[in-house]
Write a protein that binds this ligand. Structure first.
Ligand code: F6P
Length: 553
């Protein structure tokens, strides 16, 4: 245990921020912009190929200073050093969280229980190099000697969301010709639809599970293996068509996977931070190892920026502290992730797991209940589509919803004026959120359209947009392996910084266990193999009966 049990709310910096809030309550952002022509330039920082305009926030220099003072008061710099050098920051599981080691290309050494984890990560990358090369050069083929054409990645949560996001994000870099399919859910539709698209002779299955005990993944893998044996008529061929990435090599072997086909995972990497390990294999197989290494290099550049940049100019720190500002001082309950780029359409899903599994905590590292809110609801979707769906609530609803707009300056697909249009939409939204529309403007607009006084008075209140809704605009030159790596690493560190302020363990996820166990208890009752089962409640009993009767069980 390295951080203090002192709640952040008892620090003097917390009081300073409460006073800052009082002052800002009567100074909307519109006024802040009008008072300071340099505002956009002053609240603009960059690092690792990403640029952040954070001028559209309820913020002055005084606020920024106070937020950074709070970060220092919570010992952020010491905690950051502890994370990066491999201290056991995951206190409830007594482990370090060394995802940064996976993308460290240097000569650094971090020894955990007698093993240099950077060397291990590098050795695994070398194995991935050889494996991808064997598949692409066709020196490793399917059981009928045909080249592999499809990869089916079976995994869920952190063993799925990151690789899926990056596979989509880097579609322009998919040069290997291999098609990648993801199967996550224990919904038969997903595995059935996927199996219907592939040929057993040319398909490689990757079972992706750190624990190799996740029911969804194991059941889907069993179905895939059974399907494969039935179609191929060749049980021996499972050895050349099924691979695993796991920290539980024995369980993978028991499943029937050749030990030579098992890539390692380690306790010192959390599932939601595992994209950078061999869990990234499906990505590497579609974009090639050179691009995969560029992805790691982008993430490493962000790690270096996070480690070295002054707090005031540090992208993850500034974004995290703005999150704390709204979450803990302005009572925001959600945070929107709004990528304006089709390739980044799954970013909200990945960040939702990353942040909500990390920050969904109710006690601090010492087990003491938090007396302040921790992680907000993370949600979002691709722009401009969201403008025609949920942006109405951001503009005129009753809640405060801070948002991150994420957009590349240039597109891979220049067509007509689409990219300028998309950019204009993005800027239009952040400006509307900030500036809003006053009652006077609404009245004037209605008068201009020729309405009579009665109608103007009736309609004007509906047209008012209060504005003063905060947003960040995060930009990159283009969506590339390097910028995608930096972007994901930025949010990983943002999540960590917020955890430091709240004093929580950002790397465990005990809350997910109860539902899993209860599901396991209910299954035999649904199937009728155990009619008694665990005692439950009348709602569960009723719904079990409903299911059994619909399925004639
Ligand atoms: O849902 C909980 C969880 O443990 C996640 O943290 C994890 O990413 C996911 O399940 C999958 O776990 P595994 O890789 O062990 O199958």
């Amino acid at each position: 245990m390295t951080s203090s049990d002192t709640p952040p709310t008892s620090l003097p910096e917390w009081q300073t921020l409460l006073a800052c809030k009082e002052r800002l309550q009567i100074r909307p952002m519109k006024t802040l912009f009008a008072d300071d022509p340099e505002r956009a330039q002053r609240y603009f920082i960059d690092g690792a190929g990403l640029s952040l305009d954070f001028s559209r926030n309820r913020l002055t220099d005084e606020t920024l200073e106070a937020l950074m003072a709070l970060a220092r008061g919570c010992k952020l710099e010491e905690r950051r050093a502890a994370l990066l050098r491999g201290d056991k920051v995951n206190v409830t599981e007594d482990r370090p969280a060394l995802h940064t080691a996976l993308r460290n290309p240097g000569t650094d050494t971090i020894v955990i229980e007698g093993q240099d984890v950077i060397a291990e990560a590098r050795a695994t990358l070398a194995r991935m190099d050889a494996f991808v090369e064997d598949i692409l050069s066709r020196s490793r083929t399917g059981y009928t000697n045909r080249a592999f054409t499809d990869v089916v990645s079976i995994g869920i949560g952190g063993s799925f969301l990151g690789p899926k996001l990056v596979t989509e994000a880097l579609q322009p870099y998919q040069t290997t010709g291999l098609r990648c399919h993801y199967v996550a859910n224990i919904d038969g539709t997903e595995i059935c639809e996927t199996l219907a698209e592939i040929d057993p002779e040319t398909t490689l299955f990757l079972v992706q599970s750190k624990s190799f005990s996740t029911r969804e993944t194991l059941e889907n893998s069993n179905v895939a293996r059974q399907w494969f044996i039935e179609r191929s008529g060749n049980e021996q061929a499972v050895a050349s068509h099924f691979m695993a990435v796991t920290a539980n090599k024995t369980a993978a072997q028991d499943f029937g996977i050749d030990p030579d086909n098992v890539f390692p995972m380690w306790d010192w990497v959390g599932g939601r931070y595992s994209l950078w390990s061999a869990i990234g294999l499906p990505v590497a197989l579609t974009i090639g190892m050179e691009n995969f290494r560029a992805l790691l290099a982008g993430a490493h550049a962000m790690d270096t920026h996070f480690r070295d940049a002054p707090l005031e100019k540090n992208l993850p720190v500034v974004m995290a502290m703005l999150g704390i500002w709204y979450n803990n001082f302005w009572n925001a309950e959600t945070h929107a992730i709004l990528p304006y780029d089709h390739y980044l359409r799954s970013l909200p899903d990945h960040l939702q797991q990353l942040d909500m599994e990390s920050s969904g905590k109710r006690v601090n590292q010492y087990g003491h209940p938090l007396k302040y809110p921790s992680g907000p609801v993370i949600w979002g979707g691709v722009g401009a589509n969201g403008q025609h769906a949920y942006h109405q609530l951001i503009h005129q609803g009753t809640r405060l919803i801070p948002a991150d707009f994420i957009i590349p300056l240039r597109t891979h697909n220049p067509v007509a004026t689409h990219h300028a249009d998309l950019f204009a939409n993005c800027l239009g939204q952040s400006r509307a959120m900030m500036a809003g529309k006053t009652l006077e403007d609404a009245r004037a607009e209605l008068a201009d359209s020729g309405l009579n006084e009665t109608d103007i008075e009736r309609l004007a209140p509906h047209k008012v947009i209060p504005g003063n809704q905060p947003s960040n605009t995060l930009m990159m030159e283009m969506v590339t392996p390097e910028t995608v790596g930096a972007l994901i690493a930025l949010y990983e560190h943002r999540t960590f910084v917020q955890g430091v302020i709240w004093g929580i363990d950002s790397f465990d996820q005990w809350g997910v266990e109860l539902g899993k166990k209860l599901g396991q208890d209910i299954l035999p009752r649904l199937l009728g193999t155990d009619t008694q089962g665990e005692a439950s409640d009348s709602a569960t009993d009723n719904l079990i009966e409903l299911f059994r009767s619909a399925n004639r069980l």
